[in-house]
Design a protein around this ligand. Structure first.
Ligand code: UD2
Length: 319
């Protein structure tokens, strides 16, 4: 089978590409390297086709879709606070870009499109865990852009017969998540701060909670979503079903790393959701999804990866 992975040089994308290659599939990656890095694909570079281009370029998307069986549409402008700062740019990439991908997928008659949706579509819900039957009510431009993507997928199924699945990822973390920007995922920021001997910054009181989901679980969900029967047209939560506060997470990281965190508490971020936890019943039933890596184990593996990467980068700098 031939897979197109948009955003395939990014964090979730490159981990997904690795697994596709491991399973012997043919892979084409479309990535403009605005957030992704070619280095993320170094281990599979000679086994895949890499096209540098943007999902906002309809011609580029049309070209890469030719001959493709499955599209994993993972390219996006992530980050809630960045979307608060740059709503137009977030919409241009996440909404217009997704529409380009869908039009090209329709024209190329692909078997299915799988879309990286987001738990941010829920906004603040009165009860936890969040279940797909709850009405979506995003509270950030990013959340809106991801919800609109889902709606477009569903409509492309109804109007043009394009098979589609949306996966609402819940705070994915793990190796290759880039800690290098203020908009990076919190666990990558915490690990980097501890390694640099800096104070991790907590926005708010640290009692907000997330269903932190290790990358291996997200990759597994991506692959299941391509082929699961009876899944087309549906939206699925992809999480672990648990939730962890930032304060608890920092204590765990202290235990794992043997370092003192000594966090700094700053005012809360605009557009932030207080609590997030997935009901994964639907994904279990229809996709056959089961989280394989629990939070603590995932955090330990992630710390070890950042630690090893930090050491080898420091060694390169010394030479
Ligand atoms: C949202 C989505 C997530 C994914 C992601 C992509 C929710 C619940 N989750 O993640 O599924 O789509 O967007 O970007 O909407 N924080 C700190 N210190 C830092 C960085 C962050 O305290 O250095 C806090 C932040 O204020 C928030 C929490 O950590 O309360 C998680 O932030 P994040 O940016 O890692 O992820 P989040 O929840 O915005």
């Amino acid at each position: 089978m031939r897979y197109l992975v948009t955003g395939g040089a990014g964090f979730i994308g490159s981990n997904t590409v690795d697994e596709l290659v491991r399973r012997g599939h043919s892979v084409v990656v479309l990535d403009d390297l605005s957030a992704g890095k070619e280095a993320n694909l170094a281990g599979v570079a000679d086994k895949i086709e890499f096209i540098r281009g943007s999902i906002t370029d309809p011609d580029a998307v049309q070209k890469v879709c030719r001959g493709v069986d499955y599209v994993l549409h993972l390219a996006a402008r992530t980050s809630v606070p960045r979307s608060v700062k740059e709503p137009l740019e977030t919409n241009r990439i996440n909404v217009d870009g997704t529409l380009n991908v869908l039009v090209a997928a329709r024209d190329a008659k692909v078997r299915r499109v799988v879309f990286a949706a987001s738990s941010s579509a829920y906004g603040e819900t009165p009860t936890l865990p969040k279940v797909e039957t709850m009405p979506p009510a995003p509270i950030s431009p990013y959340g809106i852009s991801k919800l609109v993507g889902e709606l477009y997928l569903r409509v492309f199924g109804q109007v043009y017969g394009v098979e589609n699945v949306s996966l609402r990822y819940f705070n994915v973390f793990g190796p290759r998540q880039d800690p290098g920007s203020p908009y990076s995922g919190v666990l990558s920021r915490f690990c980097a701060a501890l390694l640099e001997g800096e104070q991790p910054v907590v926005f708010g009181d640290g009692e907000q909670s997330r269903d932190f989901t290790h990358i291996e679980n997200a990759v597994n969900a991506n692959l299941l979503a391509c082929e699961a029967p009876n899944a087309s047209g549906l939206v699925f939560n992809v999480g672990t079903g648990g939730r962890y506060t930032l304060n608890h997470t920092l204590r765990l990281l202290e235990k794992i790393s043997g370092k003192r965190a000594n966090p700094r508490y700053d005012p809360p971020r605009e557009g932030d959701i207080r609590d997030s936890q997935a009901d994964i019943g639907l994904a279990r039933t229809i996709l056959g999804y089961e989280p394989r890596v629990g939070f603590e184990e995932g955090l330990r593996r992630t710390w070890e990866w950042y630690y090893a990467t930090h050491r080898s980068e420091a060694a390169v700098q010394r030479t």
